[in-house]
Every structure is written in structure tokens, then in C-alpha cells.
Design a protein around this ligand. Sequence first.
Ligand code: HAM
Length: 432
Amino acid sequence: MPSARAPRGTRDLLPDERAAFARLESIARDLAARYGYREIETPIFEQAGVIERGVGEATDVVEKELFRLAPRSDERETWVLRPEATAGIVRAYVQHGLQTWPQPVKVSLVGPMFRYDRPQAGRYRQFWQWDVEAIGDPGPAVDAEQIDLGLRFYHEAGLADVDVLLNSIGDGACRPDYVAELTGYFARHEARLPDLEAARLQTNPLRLLDSKDPAMGALIAAAPRIGDHLCGACAAHFAAVRVHLDALGVRYRVEPTLVRGLDYYTRTAFEYYRRGAEGQQQALGGGGRYDGLVEVLGGRPTPGIGFALGLDRTVLALAEADPSAVVAAPAPLAVVVGADPAATVDRLRVAGLLRAERLAVRAELGQRKLGRQLEAASRERAHFAVILGDELADGQVRLKDLLAGTQRTVALADLAGELRRADSRHRHGEAV
Ligand code: HAM
């Protein structure tokens, strides 16, 4: 085994896998444009405080999973690799005064995120998200629009069996009372709490609802539910989100214990799972409303909502759903080969002319015999071979249709046009 390896929890995306990611990125960008979201880019590292205050000090992400950067020991600022995009986007919204733009500001970003987590299938230390944010709209219609947008991404990607789990986790008016009641409930059962959960009870009791420890199952099932403690405004908001989802025909399941792992959420919270995989802690994506976050990061009180879908987990789910659907390497339209194995200059020159005409062409740059060159072209499923020989001196080449097995002589000046015409006839299923 080679001694130099990618860092634990990271992966190289070799061309087939990179192509699968590129396909998802292009679906995401296309959908974002159709739903009125413009692209934004923020740095992949932020001041530590932006993430600590934004995501919340008592979250796994901040407590355990931040990659801290210390380029110089005398540097007073500290930075962290971004574990998610929302805090950085909201920081940019405040920093650049985007509250003076027409609201809501709707932005989307595709990029790598970093969490120092225990690596396993679908859980990496560098992973990719498609992140979507609408800042400045209190909802409820935009909540439903976003939930529908995320679901549409999975459908267009080819995953039909994705479920939406939905909850409301209240706001500053109703959640404190609920958290106090929840804390009392778990405190009464403290003897039954695993160590991690007992510690969490002091710092972030809501997270106990999210515990995947089997010992917690029965306790969680009998715990008080946030849905029974929503204030009037939060209950009305949640009901209105559901009315909009129903009207759009978006199917969802209300999950009373869904709380999400980041601290900024208020009211609407949702997650996407592959059907039947809800118990496995591996959401395909998730998001929710964060009506207090802009203020936490120094802006005027401004509502917001967003979600992020994990591209790595989507690629894994697609491969599981249909292992045969790997993205094949694209075949070149033509390969330029030659009777004289040494005439690489001619082959490069002719390939260059065709590439300038925006055609996908490979030039044979090795010095093997013509028969071998043609075999290689067929193997890579090229449609045509452009064969250079003595007639090149008169401005002519031979054009061999490798699929049809036919061959004719073509003037070099007409070659690009001929290739384009023949290729489009082929694409439309006509005989060449
Ligand atoms: P999150 O639930 O922490 O939310 O992450 C969203 C998605 O990112 C997950 O559902 C998962 O697909 C993917 N993901 C997270 N961690 C990993 C990992 N270690 N390896 C592979 N994939 C991972 C957020 O990040 C929020 N910023 C979403 C949001 C946007 N809320 C409002 N706006």
C-alpha cells in the first residue's frame, strides 16, 4: 500500500465519481435558477466566532468537529474551516448590507464543508453540500417552496423514494418553557441516561431527542413534545406551512422529535431521508428556519430559512438504487489517426482545427501502426476516425465511420462541417 494517502475521512473523486457530482451540481444550479436563487460564494474558512456564535457553542459541530486553523502562532485571529454554509452566508448578508436589497435575498452555494467526525460510509471530513438560503422572508409560503425545491432535486437526480420529515421547534417565546419541561423530564430519569446524554442534559437538552443510543428509545418516545407546547404564533405558522405543502401536493410526515443538530433553528425544521432509512442517522439533507441568526451575527432582526443537501450521500444513494447507472466516460466524436506513425505533427494540427470548431476530438499521439490506432479508436467508442495519409498533401483526408463501417474522402476544408452533419444525423437515428 502506498505510504502517501489522502487524509482520513477525505476522498479523491476520480473522474467517474467527479462526473456524478458534476451532474448533481448542474441539476442544483439549474433548479436554483428556476426557483429564483442566485449563486453566492463565501470563503471556505471563517473567523471562529462566526461559526461558534452562528452554529452554537453547545453543538457537536462546534464542540467536537471544527477544524481550527493556526497558520502562525502569533496570529491573534483564529479561523475554522466552514462546517456548513449558513453562518458564513448570513455573515456576508450582514457585512455587505444586504438588508437594503429587495427582500428576501435568495442565494445558493455548492461547495465543500469540513467536519472532524468519525469517518464512515456517508460521513466524511470533507463533504459537499448544495446550500440554499432565503433571508428576509418570514414565511410560511417560502418554507413550503423550499421543502418542495429540495424534494424536486432528488426527483430530478433520479431518487424517487425520498421522504420529508417535518416539525416545528418553536421560537424564543415558547421554546424556553418547553425546554424547561423537557429538562425536568429527563432529569427525573437521569439514572437511565447514558453518559453522553447526561452531560448533554446540562448544555443542550433538546439534543437528547436526537440521540441514536438505543437505551434512549423508550425515554424519547414518552418525552414531552414540542408540538404540544407551541405558542399561538408558532402553531399558526406551522399549520400554514402544512396548508401550503398540502396544496402543492408535497407529501411529508410530521416527526415530533425532529430537532436538528445546529442551534440557530426556529419554527420549521425538516429533513430528507431515503424511504426506510430514517433510523440510521444519515439524513440526505435538512434545513429549517433561523429567525434569530441575522441578529446573532450583528444584523437587524431578520427572518430566514434554508436547507443543505449532501451531495456525497446523494451519490451513494443513487449508486445503491441503481448500480448500473454509473456515469460512463464520454466517447470522442472522432480520433485523428495516420498511416505514418511518426506524423504526430499532422495529427495534432488536424485535431486542433476540429477542436477550434468545438468538436470533441482525440489525436493519436503515440507512434503505433495504423491498425492499432484504429482499434484504440473503436475501443473508446469514437464515432469517426479521420485518417491522414498521402492525400493530405492535396488537402484531403479519409473519413471512416467506425459505427457504420463506411469510408470516404473529404476535403480538409469541409471536414468539420461533414463531421458535425454526420454526427447529428447519427444522433437522430438516420443512416449516415
Ligand atoms: P446539516 O443537517 O448539518 O445542515 O447538513 C446537511 C446535510 O449535509 C446532511 O443532511 C448530510 O447530507 C450532509 N452532511 C453533513 N455532515 C456530513 C458528513 N460528515 N459527511 C457527509 N455528508 C454530510 C446544515 O449544514 C445546515 N447548514 C443546513 C441549513 C441551511 N439550514 C438552514 N440553511
